[in-house]
Write a protein that binds this ligand. Structure first.
Ligand code: URA
Length: 205
């Protein structure tokens, strides 16, 4: 079924991006991942290779994964947008809408315990009201998933303040996973149910 989605992504012409991209980047990794990482869109190297996060930000993601004891093959890595936007511009709302069903279907099949979103576009995919500077490093229950938004590795490489926050949040991923596995979050969510944030989402951490 994942293969079927990949096939559809490869032939996708639902928005303009296929015209300028070299290769689609469906996503890759474990078929039974506990953790899924979702980025924004392929960049130059991803476009050339058809693989997610293989450029500078990707190497940094691999390093961060190593620090928490994971190999890239043990998680699944993908993007909101499957074709590279020209000149790495931000994806447009109609492109995000056109691409939406691919990631939705992939996640239904992968059924991860935790989705770590990298940057604001990935966070807003699950949680449109989210603000990355406010919500990064908080476990959020949205769209039926446990979402842990963090800064994008590329932002961390550009900005030392974001780098510090990104590393700090990333190192907490194993503890967040443990908390979910222990079912602590259910107790937490009961507590927080009373004082749901103004945005109506459950913030679990
Ligand atoms: N940035 C992303 O958001 N995704 C990639 O695959 C590479 C860089």
């Amino acid at each position: 079924m994942l293969k079927e989605i990949e096939k559809n992504v490869k032939g996708c012409q639902k928005c303009r991006l296929y015209k300028t991209a070299l290769n689609p980047v469906p996503g890759e990794g474990s078929k039974f991942p506990k953790i899924v990482f979702v980025g924004e869109a392929p960049g130059k190297y991803e476009d050339e290779s058809g693989r997610p996060f293989v450029g500078r930000a990707g190497k940094f993601l691999d390093t961060l994964l190593g620090k928490i004891g994971y190999k890239r093959e043990e998680v699944w890595i993908g993007n909101v947008i499957k074709h590279r936007p020209p000149e790495n511009r931000d994806p447009l709302p109609d492109e995000i809408a056109a691409c939406k069903e691919y990631l939705t279907l992939q996640l239904q099949i992968l059924s991860p315990t935790l989705i770590v979103t990298l940057g604001r576009f990935a966070m807003n995919y699950f949680y449109p009201e989210g603000k990355i500077s406010r919500d990064r490093g908080r476990l959020i229950r949205a769209g039926g998933y446990n979402i842990f938004p963090i800064y994008h590795p590329a932002a961390g490489l550009r900005n030392p303040r974001m780098l510090e926050a990104l590393e700090e949040d990333f190192m907490r991923i194993p503890a967040v996973l443990k908390k979910i596995n222990q079912g602590d979050f259910e107790r937490d969510s009961e507590v927080k149910e009373d004082d749901k944030s103004a945005d109506g989402q459950l913030h679990l951490l």
